[in-house]
Design a protein around this ligand. Structure first.
Ligand code: SF4
Length: 331
């Protein structure tokens, strides 16, 4: 009998709402920004899930809420690691602290995410010190080994971040995340600030490290050509919700959701003779004042009457999750 593989991460109906307060002395609650709204997915060990969408769609907030960098408003985040299941969203800080070594984040901007007053050795070794996992010679050896593994040299440990290029600084950020021996890494626009040639090197490095350390990635990006290369599955987000989640090849070869198709129409084609036909118009929905029904309906070229009234459920079709009335099985 074969057992069903267990996901490393199960995200269930995750929500993150930010209250808006009125100006003035009493500061009454005037509204709410629905940054992440009922997001659910499973992520299996060794896989990469891409979270994509336009700026403000909630992908970064989703990543931060999963890692408890911010507290979710509601929902569950189940982290199955080393034979135990942890419900991260409600875990008190003392119980969360040891789990932080197993979940790390790589940030977008390698220029501002590294402390300019610390040497590279101190930056990479700091998490080991904080969690009391190594000190003295062992700490220096682990830092040197990790620097080598990400393509830097051990002697770089005594230099400061300003002495490095953008790509090298991102390697320092990766070394800092990996030195803790994590299982899950959330890479938030990890290559967006880099030149294209350097992007390719860093992506290749992330893929090599994933294979070597059996890492699981959530790869947050707005650039669809980047996620196509590295992700096994892609979740497309709009106005805080997942609207389509599918295996990468299927999403690119046969996008089903009108928003996914519109996003793909905006990906530049390498052949300059092929005329682009942009299919994405209008402004992104304001998460503080969402349109009724399907949030995408004011921009959707396939909108039907029902779309402005009912929020479409996220339903399963074959290997795909979709939230659109045109694909709703009850339609
Ligand atoms: Fe377009 Fe309606 Fe589908 Fe929303 S539910 S994406 S408005 S067709």
């Amino acid at each position: 009998m074969t057992s069903t593989p267990q996901p490393l991460l199960s995200v269930q109906d995750l929500c993150k709402f930010f209250p808006i307060f009125s100006k003035g002395f009493f500061q009454r609650k005037a509204g709410v920004v629905k940054a992440v709204n009922e997001v659910s997915f499973d992520l299996f060990p060794g896989e990469t899930l891409g979270l994509v969408g336009e700026s403000g769609c909630g992908k970064t907030t989703t990543g931060r809420a999963i890692l408890r960098a911010i507290d979710p408003t509601s929902g569950k985040v189940l982290f199955h690691d080393q034979g135990q299941t942890h419900e991260l969203s409600g875990l008190p800080t003392p119980e969360l602290k040891p789990l932080r070594t197993r979940m790390q984040m790589i940030f977008q901007d390698p220029f501002s995410s590294l402390n300019p007053r610390m040497t590279v050795g101190d930056i990479v070794g700091e998490p080991l010190k904080i969690h009391r996992l190594a000190k003295g010679t062992e700490l220096r050896d682990r830092v040197a080994a990790m620097l080598e593994r990400v393509g830097l040299r051990p002697e770089h440990a005594i230099r400061y971040p300003h002495a490095f290029s953008g790509g090298q600084r991102q390697r320092i950020g990766i070394a800092r995340a990996l030195v803790m021996n994590p299982a899950l890494i959330v890479a938030d626009e990890a290559v967006s600030a880099l030149d294209v040639s350097v992007q390719a090197q860093v992506i290749n490095l992330l893929e090599d490290l994933q294979e070597e350390f059996h890492l699981t990635y959530i790869f947050i990006a707005h650039d669809l050509s980047v996620v196509k290369h590295i992700c096994d599955h892609i979740a497309v987000m709009y106005a805080g919700r997942i609207v389509e989640l599918a295996p990468t090849d299927e999403l690119f070869s046969a996008p089903k959701h009108p928003y996914t198709r519109a996003l793909l129409s905006c990906v530049p084609h390498p052949d300059p003779d092929i005329k682009m036909n942009f299919d994405l118009h209008g402004e992104v929905a304001d998460p503080a004042n969402l349109p009724s029904g399907c949030s995408f309906h004011p921009r959707c070229s396939e909108c039907i009457e029902r779309c402005s009234q009912d929020v479409p459920d996220l339903t399963t079709r074959d290997e795909r999750l979709l939230a659109c009335h045109l694909i709703d099985p009850d339609q």
